[in-house]
Design a protein around this ligand. Sequence first.
Ligand code: ATP
Length: 259
Amino acid sequence: METVLYAKGLTVKLNGKIIIEDINLEIRKGEIIAIVGPNGGGKTTLIKSCLGLVKPCRGYVEVLGLKPTEVIKTGKIGYLPQKSETPTHFPFSALDIVMFGLTNTKLTRKEKIERARQYISYVGMKGFENYPYSRLSGGQQQRISIARVLVSEPEIVFLDEPSTGIDVVAQESFYDFLKKIRDEKGVTVVMVSHDVGVVGKFVDKVAGLNRFLHYYGSPKDFFQKHVLQKLYGSDIELIIHSPECVACEHFHADFKGKM
Ligand SMILES: Nc1ncnc2c1ncn2[C@@H]1O[C@H](COP(=O)(O)OP(=O)(O)OP(=O)(O)O)[C@@H](O)[C@H]1O
């Protein structure tokens, strides 16, 4: 499968402090990747470096074979920033928000409306086109924001904590939804997440980041005590839930018979 993101020795310094260091990463077309790790571990910084919003002091990253500052101009990448960075109190409808995603395209206004309506329906929000965005629930706002990111039909999307504001039950269907997008549109999804357990069930690979990339591989092998301790620090306590617990499914699979 074709490589869509390649980072080599990627190191970013902000205000004189190294935030991410010597990151080597290869992501292939159609993969769903979750970047996980402790607060302040550099997850958002890694995404921002892929978008050309912060510059590396060493090493490099290429997206779709181009420098971030070049690829961003092609319209082939989509970005959903952290919810806290997205203003919600403005007088726009759901349709307006999705149409913002088409600002840099050559479509006519009529075509833009049509495409935006298609994507609103695609994210399961048909009927909410004229509803004020600010009055939607957190989960509905996220769906509309995802529609805004997808409407220009990017090849790779970067989602920073996309399940914020969505309750745990709805999160499962949200991740199923991301899988559906990947399957139907072939889009590569790189997301930051705190929901380590839930995410493990849905993604192809986990990137465990805490300044260094401590782990990059299958979710199954991620749920091992030594990997988690290396990433989150040696004081981490592993809380083992019941065997039915989704979050512990991989952990149980690995540790069955060893405890
Ligand atoms: N513009 C900046 N200037 C200086 N330091 C910054 C800047 N942006 C982020 N940092 C610092 O870089 C570190 C990593 O931040 P980043 O937001 O990338 O981490 P994160 O893993 O996404 O965190 P969280 O899980 O809390 O969202 C933090 O210590 C943060 O204070």
